[in-house]
Design a binder for this molecule. Structure first.
Ligand code: ADP
Ligand code: MG
Ligand code: MG
Length: 920
């Protein structure tokens, strides 16, 4: 069958945006539901592609176009290119997706010497006709003939300044006539040819120019930037439409509107118009337009038409509309409509409102919002109107924005923070003993480390903004300053971080605070009802758990106990535990930790009651709790020198007949004391050297640590179980889940399980009460995936730890990847995404799918979830839903995003195709 290239608005399939373009398709829809649209037709995107391929308009196209023009002539009672009532048209581009950078619209096409005279006679308005003419010549000259705007503007401005007017409405017919003639000269001068008199030739060249603009530099760059594939939009359509005139006098106008306020979502008139103006005048800022509300007084009956138009549009498209209109001699025409782009707050509000107005279903209310969009609502953002330029760029490690004084150590940050100052903790990199500084700071900035650096992970957990690895910043602690290029930031100077972009700014930029609106609560409630997968939070402390609850978490999917070890009052005990040379010494330290951990768990379980709390047993290698070797070497050297000073002082004092009174601290500080400290440090250094590993992340950690030092896991398991028992005693319903990290074989699980069983027996006998808990494993090694069936015979749940599992699958470490080559891999398209943020469905996805299937073979109804960062990413969640996971767990602030994503996954499961796989 021969392709059909041309569709009148009354006949085109308004749902086929790929064929007709967004603008054309919507013009068809509006025409067909009886909205007042100037008649016209669409030339398809296929015609565009064929033109670009063959370098000429496809055969038969011009005949079809001529034919449609004849129909327009009949419908409007006008004639094209001739006669006393001439037909003028616009030629407008439009592809499936709106795309700035394609060609401008040509208005008033069809004017030549003959129709110019006809139109003047017909309207009796010479000024209007020359105004239309000069616009046409310029637009046609620019778009179809490639003549720069400035060639025309120069003459236009010259006439304006000679006449002494600022705006175009001040010009009279004679001036506009003069300008038109000058413009014709410009065309002649620039192209060596006369301006075409043949209107079909005008039309043909305009259409060709529209089609060519698809291959324009700006359009191509735009498509690349926004990853618009031919599958999404291929070629542009050309829309030919009868002109209506907003510039025929004061009963005419042109304007743009939104059916609701796109800033707030409020259901109110929103937009602007200009009387006696045409086309782009409103947006071009030629005169200051009036708010639409003003029309109610100025043109009441047209205002009523506008209200009716909005209502019709929303009812039909079931979406907030962004439309263009023109009023010609009192009659309103709609020239374009499309779905309105709004901010997240407005999207949420309009979803809830439109459902309540019975305009859309709950399903639509949920699906029309991209879950990722909600992120905007959950963190403070920088005021978008700020024009301050960043001074450094790091990794966007934890979203949100904050300003404060630059402070270079955690102690000072804590001190200032406590006295109510806003501070940003700035470090080369952070360590567990900086944690009190995190609590006090508004945001964290490091010059080293990636998105899983200590700073990044801890900041994300706390929901504080963090920029990590800003390598352009040179922190010099001794001078208490940082250098950024030639600029010096002194301690106490104010800076601003944008954790969503990774930018660092000088000075304070105002932020917009997040706001969990009533509408968002309602919407997410609907999401929970629609979903069949749970959303849990990764939370390590009772505070984080409370926050997660506010975000709607349905439990804790990952509590990393080592975070509890890092708190200031515990770290010394943990260090004692690590330094212990005998099992007895180690047990003594652990006995001190036990009540502390138990108390943490009691609080955590109570906050989440009655929902599950998955506690992961100790995971990181032990040396992470100790200072680095170099730090210790430096300290030891300093202490040795200091010992000599102390010694010298003692000798001096002894030699004096009447020793001077010393300040308090010095009286106590004798040689023995310093020796004591020194020997501790030396011991610690020995331990650090003993614990040193070539590849700590692949070394002595996780369950391997738990098996070689069984008393550590025993203490933690006891703390969990005793906490659960105590809660149960107090009538608090709790569901602890004990999770073992880094497992590679069922033997490891059996080993730990034995300890669990022994302790459960003990406690149950002691309290005469049954404990309710589950025992499971994290799946974060490749071997665990391949042994899933066997593991599931022991584990009651699996949780995919997709950070380590991604590292294991790719065989590169996250830090090195993100700091060294991953950005380049992403830029050049070698890897599409950062696999630590977006689940690698094609590779890792296969492993996970296999493990899920085999795990469920090993144990019917095995509970399975994911607790890596990808668990909060909508596309990754869709895959998790597709393969039947029971829950996702993500950082607290991502929970709302995940709740909506989980609902979307369920609602759109039928149409889901695993990326990279051929649909069945
Ligand atoms: P864009 O996609 O850049 O908005 P449009 O094709 O919508 O370009 O056209 C630019 C301007 O010209 C708009 O203000 C539009 O309303 C106006 N316009 C387009 N066609 C006509 C027409 N047939 N009659 C009157 N105004 C028109
Ligand atoms: Mg438009
Ligand atoms: Mg891990």
């Amino acid at each position: 069958m021969k392709k059909r290239y041309v569709y009148p608005f009354s006949d085109g399939d308004g749902h086929d945006k790929k064929l007709l373009g967004g603008k054309g398709a919507n013009l068809c829809q509006m025409t067909q539901i009886g909205i007042n649209v100037p008649p016209g037709f669409v030339i398809t995107t296929e015609a565009c592609l064929d033109y670009l391929q063959g370098n000429q308009l496809p055969s038969g196209l011009l005949v079809a176009v001529r034919n449609e023009i004849s129909k327009l002539e009949a419908a409007t009672n006008k004639t094209f290119g001739t006669g006393p009532n001439p037909l003028l048209v616009s030629v407008r581009s439009g592809s499936a997706l709106s795309m700035p950078g394609m060609m401008d619209t040509i208005l008033n096409l069809g004017l030549n010497d003959e129709t110019l005279t006809g139109l003047i006679q017909q309207t009796g308005d010479e000024r209007f006709v020359y105004d239309a003419y000069r616009r046409f010549i310029q637009l046609f000259g620019k778009v179809a003939l490639g003549i720069g705007d400035e060639k025309f503007d120069e003459h236009f401005e010259a006439v304006k300044s000679r006449v002494g007017v600022k705006v175009d409405v001040g010009l009279e017919a004679s001036h506009l006539k003069e300008i038109s003639e000058k413009f014709l000269d410009v065309v002649h001068h620039e192209t060596g040819e006369e301006f075409p008199q043949d209107v079909m030739m005008q039309l043909q060249r305009a259409v060709e120019a529209v089609f060519r603009s698809w291959r324009g530099k700006r359009a191509i760059a735009y498509r690349r930037e926004f990853q618009i594939t031919p599958d999404m939009a291929n070629g542009t359509a050309a829309n030919i439409q009868t002109m209506v005139f907003g510039n025929m006098g004061n009963d005419c106008a042109t304007g743009v509107g939104f059916s609701r306020n796109p800033g707030t979502g409020e259901n109110e008139m929103y937009g602007e118009y200009l009387t006696n103006a045409q086309g782009e005048d409103v947006v071009a800022g030629i005169r200051t337009p009036n708010p639409l509300q003003q029309m109610e007084n100025e043109m009441p009956s047209q205002f009523a038409q506008l209200v009716e138009l909005q209502t019709k549009l929303e009812a039909h498209f079931q979406e907030v509309q962004d439309y263009e209109f023109t009023i010609e001699k009192g009659t309103l025409y709609c020239l374009q409509t499309r779905n309105g782009k709004m901010n997240a707050a407005a999207m949420v509000k309009t979803s809830v409102d439109m459902y309540r107005e019975k305009l859309i279903s709950k399903r639509q209310a949920l699906l029309r919002i991209d879950p990722e969009f909600l992120e905007q609502l959950l963190h403070p953002r920088l005021d978008p109107s700020s024009t301050i330029k960043p001074i450094a760029q790091g990794l966007p490690a934890s979203p949100g924005a904050a300003s404060g004084k630059c402070i270079f150590d955690a102690d000072l940050a804590e001190k200032l923070g406590k006295s109510g100052e806003q501070v940003i903790l700035v470090r080369e990199e952070t360590r567990p003993d900086d944690i009190h500084g995190f609590f006090a700071a508004q945001g964290i900035l490091t010059s080293r480390g990636g998105k899983t650096s200590h700073a990044a992970v801890v900041a994300r957990g706390m929901g504080k903004p963090c920029v990590a690895g800003a390598e352009g910043i040179n922190v010099d602690i001794s001078l208490r300053q940082a250098k950024v290029g030639s600029r010096i930031i002194h301690e106490g100077d104010i800076i601003t971080l944008d954790g969503a972009s990774g930018e660092v700014f000088p000075g304070a930029i105002p932020t917009i605070e997040p706001h969990f609106s009533d509408e968002l609560t309602v919407l997410l409630g609907w999401a929970d009802e629609a979903a069949d997968m749970k959303v849990m939070a990764n939370a390590d402390t009772p505070d984080a758990a409370r926050k997660a609850r506010e975000y709607g978490a349905m439990g804790i999917g990952l509590c990393r106990t080592e975070r509890m070890f890092n708190a200031r009052d515990r770290l010394p005990i943990v260090i004692d535990m690590i330094l212990a040379d005998t099992r007895e010494d180690r047990k003594a330290a652990l006995n001190k930790l036990l009540p502390i951990q138990r108390a943490d768990f009691i609080e955590l379980f109570s906050v989440m009651s009655p929902d599950p709390v998955t506690v992961r047993l100790l995971d990181p290698p032990m040396h992470e709790f100790l200072p680095t070797e170099q730090q210790l070497i430096d300290q030891i050297e300093t202490l040795r020198m200091y010992r000599n000073v102390v010694k010298g002082r003692q000798t001096a004092i002894a030699a004096l007949a009447t020793p001077p009174p010393l300040p308090e601290p010095f009286r106590e500080l004798n040689e023995e004391l310093v020796d004591d400290v020194l020997s501790k440090k030396v011991q610690m250094l020995g331990k650090v050297r003993e614990l040193r590993e070539i590849n700590p992340m692949l070394g002595h950690r996780g369950v391997r640590l738990g098996i070689t030092y069984p008393e550590i896991y025993a203490m933690q398991i006891r703390a969990i179980l005793e906490a659960a028992m105590e809660c149960a005693e107090n009538g608090i319903e709790v569901r602890p889940e004990i999770m073992v990290p880094q497992v590679i074989t069922s033997q490891e699980l059996l080993h730990v399980k034995k300890t669990v069983d022994r302790l459960v027996d003990q406690l149950e006998t002691e309290f005469g009460k049954k404990l309710r808990f589950t025992f499971g494993t994290m799946i974060e090694t490749v071997r665990a995936c391949t042994r899933a069936r066997r593991l599931a015979e022991i584990a009651e749940f699996f949780s995919f730890g997709t950070n380590d599992l991604t590292q294991a699958t790719f065989s590169f470490s996250r830090e090195d990847a993100e700091n060294k080559f991953l950005p380049m891999y992403n830029d050049s398209g070698i890897l599409q995404d950062n696999p630590f943020e977006v689940l690698d469905i094609q590779g890792l996805g296969q492993l996970i799918e296999m493990a899920v299937q085999q795990g469920r073979e090993g144990r019917e109804g095995l509970k399975i979830g994911i607790c890596g960062e990808q668990g909060g990413h909508p596309e990754s969640i869709r895959f998790c839903h597709h393969i039947g996971l029971d829950y996702v767990s993500c950082s607290g602030p991502r929970v709302p995003v995940a709740r909506l994503a989980v609902a979307n996954s369920k609602l759109r499961e039928k149409e889901y195709v695993v990326p990279g796989r051929i649909p069945a």
